[in-house]
Design a protein around this ligand. Structure first.
Ligand code: PAF
Length: 273
């Protein structure tokens, strides 16, 4: 596995490859969820590039940037064992200068849900993803469905800026007890982890209601809120795949999303129905 930290060196190096390139952007602290993105990229492309870059611009002041788990050596090993061809491992100074051009998230979709309590978060995400895609110029780029709003905004950016890359959504990977994998799960105490199981439990219950034919927004979201109580709820939402609120679940076109705070940790999850 080749490790490169300079954006321009990587850009030049990739010019040697006249083949399909799969790209998996990450912030490190890799887990099975990231490994599933890498596996998918390997299945569909001849060369796989992974980036590990803890992007400071998507964290707001007072958020957990300093505490975000860093596992550089373990991450490199995981990439190597997963068959990654090239690891892009830049420093902040490689990626950002002083007077920066910045992308702005769309005024509606970028400021609802996670964006409503973390304004400017998605400006940082879109700007860094744009930079990474311009550096790697991949055939396909892989993102987890767990971050459904991020995924939706990246689809929108690629479409609206006429970018030449296929965005591939990948299913959420879960622990045996159904908690969605997240680099932030390491912050949970044993008790908080138990509490966090209310998240998959609320989504399971929503699915069961839909299976029984209960499709209404109010019925489903109030049932989920009851299950999640007394956790601090940022949102429970039922949206279509374009991120418009639905008054009724439409099978094949619905995402039910939830974000809560457990202790000091924000956890999000969703199901696609
Ligand atoms: O999902 C993430 O890990 C990050 O938001 C991403 C896409 C790597 C951008 O920093």
């Amino acid at each position: 596995m080749k490790i490169i930290s300079s954006p321009l060196e990587l850009k030049n190096y990739l010019k040697n490859y006249n083949c399909s390139i799969g790209f998996v952007p990450t912030m490190g602290a890799l887990h099975e969820g990231h490994i599933s993105l890498i596996k998918k990229a390997k299945e569909q492309n001849e060369v796989v590039v992974v980036s590990i870059f803890l992007n400071p611009t998507q964290f707001l002041k007072g958020e957990d940037l300093d505490k975000y788990p860093k596992k550089d050596e373990a991450d490199k090993k995981i990439c190597e064992l997963s068959g990654v061809d090239i690891l892009f491992f830049p420093q902040v100074s490689d990626m950002y200068g002083v007077d920066e051009v910045t992308l702005l998230a769309p005024k509606v979709r970028g400021y609802v849900l996670e964006g409503s309590s973390r304004p400017s978060h998605f400006n940082g995400v879109l700007t860094v993803v744009m930079k990474l895609l311009n550096i790697v110029n991949p055939t396909r780029a892989y993102f987890g469905k767990k971050d459904a709003q991020q995924l939706n905004l990246i689809f929108l950016m690629v479409k609206q800026l006429f970018m030449d890359v296929e965005i591939v959504p990948v299913d959420t990977v879960r622990e045996k007890d159904a908690l969605a994998l997240s680099s932030r799960n390491v912050f949970l105490t044993e008790h908080q982890r138990e509490e966090a199981l209310k998240i998959p439990s609320s989504l399971r219950s929503a699915t069961a209601m839909v299976t029984k034919g209960v499709l209404g927004y109010e019925e489903i979201t109030s049932n989920m809120r009851e299950i999640l109580s007394p956790l601090e709820i940022f949102y429970v939402e039922i949206l279509d795949r374009e991120f418009n609120r639905l008054s009724k679940v439409e099978i094949g076109n619905t995402i039910i999303l939830v974000e809560v705070k457990v202790g000091n940790t924000r956890l999000l999850d969703n199901i696609w129905l």
